[in-house]
Design a protein around this ligand. Structure first.
Ligand SMILES: Nc1ncnc2c1ncn2[C@@H]1O[C@H](COP(=O)(O)OP(=O)(O)OP(=O)(O)O)[C@@H](O)[C@H]1O
Ligand SMILES: [Mg+2]
Length: 509
């Protein structure tokens, strides 16, 4: 007896169809799995046999060979248990109806329960695209799969339950499609909580408008972390495609939220400075996404930047630039997306009070420069804006003035992004921060006044060519916020104000 069932394999974020074929013939009792299966898949045999027994289903006393096709792709993990079990049930004649339009994914426990697996979302999306009409997934993953439109999702608790469903005895009801509630979209933290800090807020708005990376430098308690956490609330609302992309990463990592399976708010990830390289960029024997990918389409916040391991930070440079991270393993390599806005915060010196308006810094000049030199030049180059966060003034902190809410700032950001979308349409560039050198001059046209000011600043501060490019890009964003076609003097002057480190702490001291 020969049967074929739809299974699904996964490599990184790439789901692909796997045909689970079973050939059952008379002869000595044996049970083999072929088709480039790894150890976890081969161990399926024991789980499946035991699950059959526990579920009160007789395991075939015949020769059973399972083939996972295509045979030239390595199959790993335990997600094939369920389709293999269904294939055997089918071969035993236990399934009267046609299940050619269904796919199955899940791990079995020895007791016959269907255990949750990672990556159900990308698998369901692929199945739907390939014309599968029904997908049977572990019960705990059903909510996650129900995000996908155009496919019926069945959450399966046990093999016995699935047996009864497919046998037409007790049907399982499909999980209704998940649609986010309107309040899922609103961010929990709002800029209106931050009193005063007009300069910092304006700078962060500029950063959000142009997609620029920012580093904030300021004394302890000046509000750096508080500001950073609120940046996602002013970034443009996520598109559905972005939501799916980000949720896919969480699905692979097994980190889907039980209540809100679809991520509709931009993620904010803030790994501790003791994080390992693998934790930050991804890794492990079955490569898992790291913090930078969990921040995909959102914000990666590196608080206390100077405390991070230098090597770990260096590894970040390439992914930040390429917007994807590739992890190589003997079995092949996988890539995870990581299009993030990078925001970092640090104190200006070991004691934290260098340049503070009222508190005295107790560090020597040497300690200050050593502290700052922990951050390498190339890494620093990833930040378009450097801003100094001054401590909030008491009058501001105690005042009753209503601060501007994030929703209002976000509207301005959306407008500035629309200008950029139009400018870069068809170029593959997403925002001003990603302007490539070949079009920089074209896109950033300066008025005469702006040119003169830039030349003056350049000579006076002895800026590097890189800093010059960054100033142009940030000035482009400021001009967009103004609705100006050309970059004017005041746009340059604002952009230069957001280059604290060039002006104050570093380079030409
Ligand atoms: N502008 C502000 N408006 C209202 N509250 C503020 C403001 N600035 C700081 N605070 C309060 O001070 C607390 C400390 O701020 P925060 O943790 O963001 O400082 P920080 O700059 O990150 O300090 P550290 O360098 O120690 O990490 C905040 O949780 C908040 O309660
Ligand atoms: Mg902090």
């Amino acid at each position: 007896m020969f049967c074929r069932i739809n299974g699904i394999g996964l490599n990184g974020l790439n789901a692909y169809p796997v045909d689970v074929e079973v050939e059952m013939s008379r002869g000595l009792e044996r049970f083999d799995i072929v088709g480039l299966a790894d150890a976890a898949v081969r161990e399926s045999r024991e789980r499946i046999k035991s699950a059959f027994r526990s579920s009160g289903i007789k395991f075939p006393g015949a020769s059973t060979v399972i083939n996972l096709a295509p045979a030239d792709v390595k199959k790993s993990g335990s997600t094939h248990d369920l389709p293999i079990a269904v294939a055997i049930l089918d071969a035993l004649g236990e399934i009267p109806s046609d299940i050619g339009d269904a796919a199955f994914v899940g791990e079995l426990s020895l007791g016959g329960e269907v255990r949750s697996v990672n990556g159900v979302l990308p698998m369901t999306i692929m199945a739907q695209k390939n014309g599968v009409k029904r997908i049977f997934v572990p019960k705990d993953n059903a909510f996650e799969a129900s995000v996908v439109a155009g496919i019926e999702v069945y959450g399966v608790g046990t093999l016995a339950e699935l047996h009864r469903h497919l046998g037409g005895i007790t049907p399982i009801s499909p999980t209704p499609q998940y649609v986010p509630k309107p309040d899922s979209y609103s961010d929990r933290l709002d800029f209106s909580d931050v009193k005063g800090q007009a300069f910092a807020k304006r700078a962060l708005e500029v950063a959000a408008c142009g997609g620029h990376n920012v580093i904030m430098i300021g004394a302890p308690g000046s509000g750096k972390s508080m500001l950073a956490k609120r940046i996602p609330s002013i970034l443009p609302t996520m598109t559905f495609e972005e939501s799916i992309e980000t949720t896919n990463v969480y699905s692979i990592a097994g980190m889907i939220d039980k209540d809100e399976p679809l991520i509709v708010r931009r993620p904010f990830r803030s790994p501790h400075h003791t994080v390992s390289t693998a934790g930050l960029t991804g890794g492990g024997s079955v490569p898992k996404p790291g913090e930078i990918s969990l921040a995909h389409n959102g914000l990666l916040f590196l608080d206390e930047l100077a405390e991070f391991n230098r090597q770990t930070l260096e590894v970040l440079r390439q992914p930040v630039e390429d917007q994807k991270v590739t992890i190589s393993r003997a079995a092949g390599s996988v890539s995870y997306p990581c299009s993030v806005m990078l925001v970092a915060a640090m104190n200006p010196c070991p004691c934290g009070y260098y340049g503070h308006p009222t508190k005295k810094c107790v560090c020597t000049q040497r300690q200050v420069s050593q502290y700052l030199s922990k951050i390498s030049g190339p890494l620093l180059d990833r930040f378009d804006l450097h801003i100094e966060i001054a401590p909030v003034a008491y009058e501001n902190l105690s005042s009753d003035i209503k601060e501007e809410p994030s929703a209002v700032i976000r509207e301005r950001v959306q407008r500035a992004r629309e200008i950029q979308n139009e400018r870069f349409s068809g170029t593959g560039i997403s925002c001003n921060a990603r302007i490539t050198p070949d079009i920089l001059r074209d896109v950033c046209r300066l008025t005469d006044g702006a040119n003169a000011l830039l030349k003056d600043v350049f000579d006076r501060l002895g800026l590097s060519a890189r800093a010059y490019d960054k100033i142009l890009k940030v000035a482009r964003t400021v001009a967009d916020m103004d609705g100006a076609a050309d970059i004017d003097r005041q746009h340059i002057s604002q952009a230069v104000r957001y280059r604290t480190l060039d002006r104050k702490f570093w380079v030409n001291e």
